[in-house]
Design a protein around this ligand. Sequence first.
Ligand SMILES: CSCCC(=O)C(=O)COP(=O)(O)O
Ligand SMILES: [Mg+2]
Length: 230
Amino acid sequence: MIRVILTDIEGTTSSISFVHDVLFPYARKHLPGFVRAHYQDDPAVREQLDMVAANAGLERHDIEGLIETLQEWIRDDRKETPLKALQGMVWEQGYQQGELKGHIYPDAADCLQRWHDRGLRLFVYSSGSVKAQKLIFGFTTAGDFTPCFSGYFDTRIGGKKEVESYRNILNELGVEASTVLFLSDVEAELDAAEAAGMKSAWLVREGELPETSRFVARDFEEVDTLLRKR
Ligand SMILES: CSCCC(=O)C(=O)COP(=O)(O)O
Ligand SMILES: [Mg+2]
């Protein structure tokens, strides 16, 4: 029986276009100024920049080089942990100032609330940092959904296509793998979750439905139907 839902964000609870056409351009525009303003006095920013420097083989004082690398990573949609941490810090300003509102599909909003009310435990696993996850769900156009969630995981637990990441999440949750249903729009992530023993559902919100033996859902209402059958 499913007792825990672990959900991806982009393409699952929220649209790909919100992430790529709103969040990433916002980060591209504001990240250079944010880094220049904070690299000297904010240890959390400095820590992430040092990780970028180590990863890119740059000198830690080469701030303009580090900014250029971060901009390239945003362009290439690289899921690098320090980039994701810095994006979360930049987006925080946008949400706080009312420039950003998190997108959530209406079916996801309804079902997350219902599942929470039915006693299911809900967790997020996204490449976006935990801070970014709390912001997107805290400031949605449909209100604050953070009370629905019991916890959040990001790439610090491991990459989303790696089996070990899901094993680590199971260790943290302390539950039987077969009681966890992972929701994602990326098949390789579902493969990794299943290899760790979790159940999975593939969200295919647009385009043709794939021919597959996997459970496929157009939206969260179809996932809910599956949950009620199990
Ligand atoms: C937390 S909202 C921003 C999501 C993000 O930065 C991203 O790269 C999307 O990753 P996901 O694992 O949710 O597909
Ligand atoms: Mg996704």
